[in-house]
Design a binder for this molecule. Structure first.
Ligand code: CP
Length: 323
């Protein structure tokens, strides 16, 4: 399967001075990312919900997920509620999409009801490009995951988690991403963000079968051997094998074979620095890419990532939709 390219024209057009849409982290500059992380930290520290409970008062935000989700979908809904807005969930299986209505027509109908924010997850690498020039001038698109290309709010919550745990600059950090890199929008967005924050060393570890097109991972080193790649890591992000994106003809790797070499087990974790943190975007396939012991161990910050996801999505919704 060809790895999808980011459409550079789309990146340019998706910015209109202010942050109107959020499709790719590479659209943002360092100051904008730091501002979003600071705002997320503020939301996490503040239990004064009256401070922000009316940021998006009376707004309706549409949630359109064309691929399954637990964390992203739920955390956008929690974030929306905490900001005083409501979520309109459009379910592909019960909406008029089943009668042939296009996504653009769905958006136009919701725009007519006053909806300005659209949170969209899609496996279609052409969907955002087809929408961006046709939505209303006051309408914003927020990507909740686009094919194998982009997952910007996941990238932000990963950056926030690293910044909280490693306190200080990214310059001296070694961040390892291990697993099915070639199908991973999480790896793409995190690498975009890590580059913007000048991370010292980004290392990708995978078997040849999951080696990505390195053009999509600027400044990242590639290593097939975990025993070499994990050495001295400060942060290790493990990734699920995305069976749903693998064509049967493409890959003969058995999961047993894969997990023997690439599962993050306690003995592999010991190759990293002693204070390394373990991350995973979820959903985890325990016993495949990560052992139970490591997933639930003292170095795991996996549930902290989930907690941060709500705060990051609150920061993104506020930045884009607060008037
Ligand atoms: N990390 C992530 O995107 O999880 P979901 O697919 O459950 O939203």
């Amino acid at each position: 399967m060809d790895e999808p390219e980011v459409n550079d024209e789309l990146i340019k057009d998706s910015r209109e001075g202010e942050l109107k849409n959020l499709l790719y982290l590479k659209d943002l500059n360092k100051d904008e990312i730091i501002q979003l992380l600071d705002q997320s930290d503020h939301f996490l520290k503040s239990n004064q919900s009256h401070e922000f409970g009316d940021f998006l008062k009376n707004q309706s935000i549409a949630s359109l997920f064309f691929e399954p989700s637990t964390r992203t979908s739920a955390s956008f809904q929690v974030a929306t509620k905490r900001l005083g807005a409501e979520t309109i969930v459009i379910d592909e299986k019960t909406s008029s999409a089943t009668k042939g209505e296009s996504v653009l027509d769905t958006i136009k109908n919701l725009e007519a009801m006053g909806v300005k924010g659209f949170i969209i997850r899609t496996g279609d690498k052409n969907l955002f490009a087809s929408l961006i020039d046709n939505i209303g001038p006051n309408t914003s698109l927020i990507s909740a995951g686009e094919a194998s290309i982009s997952h910007p709010t996941q990238g932000l919550l990963d950056l926030l988690t690293i910044r909280q745990q490693k306190k200080g600059s990214f310059d001296n950090l070694k961040v390892v991403i291990m697993g099915d890199i070639s199908h991973s929008r999480v790896a793409r967005s995190l690498t975009e963000g890590l580059n913007i924050l000048n991370t010292g060393n980004i290392t990708l570890i995978s078997p040849e079968e999951f080696k990505p097109n390195l053009k999509n991972f600027p400044n990242a080193d590639f290593e097939k051997d975990p025993n070499k790649g994990l050495s001295d890591a400060d942060v290790i992000v493990t990734l699920r094998v995305q069976k749903e994106r693998i064509e049967s003809s493409e890959n003969n790797l058995s999961l047993d074979q894969y997990s023997k070499i690439y599962q993050l087990s306690q003995d592999k974790l010991e190759l990293c620095k002693s204070d390394a943190i373990v991350m995973h975007p979820g959903p985890m396939n325990r016993g495949v890419e990560i052992s139970n012991e490591v997933a639930d161990g003292r170095q795991s910050v996996i549930l902290k990532q989930v907690e941060n996801g709500v705060a990051v999505r609150m920061a993104v919704l506020t930045k884009i939709l607060k008037q």
